[in-house]
Write a protein that binds this ligand. Structure first.
Ligand SMILES: [Zn+2]
Length: 289
């Protein structure tokens, strides 16, 4: 059996990577691993007690893996989480390969990793397996809107947060586009809007690119995913949230100036169209810009 390839979902955080990871994982030949790098990466000093790093300790017997088992009892994550504390100085590639070895009996074609901000695996040629990248991008207006909502929850109302988010969307996505273009890896540009508003078309297109037959189970990721995700968007723990792929269109009712201006800033509008709508799945009625 050929070694499984590695499929990385990369882009700006909060762009829908967890639902895509789960949807891909619902395909019988694909296994999703969530934000595996976040779990495997050595905790920075002072962060041992934060976030997914805690899965090395007691938290692994409190949190569930998406396979249904407690993370510490999952046949994939369990042994790795127990092994990590004494081996945190090992290179990420070695840790990742250890995780992957535990999956070989399932003989998947593709393994998905979805920590969007990570670039270490892009450099891990040492993994010695086929590597492809999905650059997942959410429409700038939708991303800025939800980022502003989060900003307001965290820091109180601020007019600056919208503009700051807009700048960040532009900076991070443009840099990643350039980075991927220079990497030589096959890249599939997928818009979150295309995925959420035309899920079947988008997933069919994606399957074609991965040399897989489309499987309708992918449209109901929460019910069929065979993934082992212990770290990702908390949505996966909320029942009903991942039964189907849905779109949150709240931004369309927003009158925030940063949001309304985005399509008028032509470099932003061009990047948005290129990264989010390149597959042309939404027809003429959706306001691509
Ligand atoms: Zn599991």
């Amino acid at each position: 059996m050929a070694e499984p390839g590695l499929l990385l979902i990369r882009g700006l955080g909060h762009s829908g990577s967890t639902i895509l990871d789960l949807a891909l994982g619902a395909h019988p030949q694909v296994i999703g691993l969530g934000e595996a790098v976040r779990v495997l990466d050595r905790p920075r000093p002072g962060e041992e007690r934060k976030g997914p790093q805690q899965l090395r300790g007691a938290l692994r017997f409190e949190r569930h893996c998406t396979c249904g088992a407690l993370a510490g009892d999952c046949h994939v994550w369990g042994p790795v989480l127990a092994w990590l504390p004494a081996h945190d100085d090992r290179p990420l590639a070695e840790k990742f390969n250890r995780l992957i070895q535990l999956l070989s009996s399932a003989s998947p074609r593709w393994l998905v990793e979805s920590f969007q901000a990570d670039e270490q695996l892009l450099e891990a040629q040492a993994l010695g397996r086929p590597l492809r990248v999905i650059q997942l991008t959410r429409d700038v207006r939708s991303w800025v809107h939800s980022e502003s909502r989060r900003g307001v929850e965290r820091h109180g109302r601020s007019r600056v947060v919208g503009w700051r988010s807009l700048l960040r969307w532009w900076r991070v996505n443009r840099r990643l586009e350039q980075r991927l273009a220079g990497s030589g890896f096959p890249v599939f540009r997928l818009g979150y809007e295309e995925l959420a508003l035309a899920p079947e078309l988008a997933l069919r297109r994606l399957c074609g690119w991965l040399d897989l037959d489309f499987d309708a189970a992918m449209l109901q990721p929460g019910m069929h995913s065979t993934s082992h995700i212990v770290s990702g968007n908390r949505m996966r723990f909320e029942s009903g949230q991942s039964d189907a792929i849905r779109y949150d269109a709240a931004w369309m009712a927003s009158s925030a100036l940063s949001l309304r201006m985005a399509p008028l800033l032509s470099p932003v509008a061009r990047l948005n169209r290129r990264l989010v709508y390149s597959n042309g799945l939404l027809g003429d009625t959706w306001p691509c810009d």
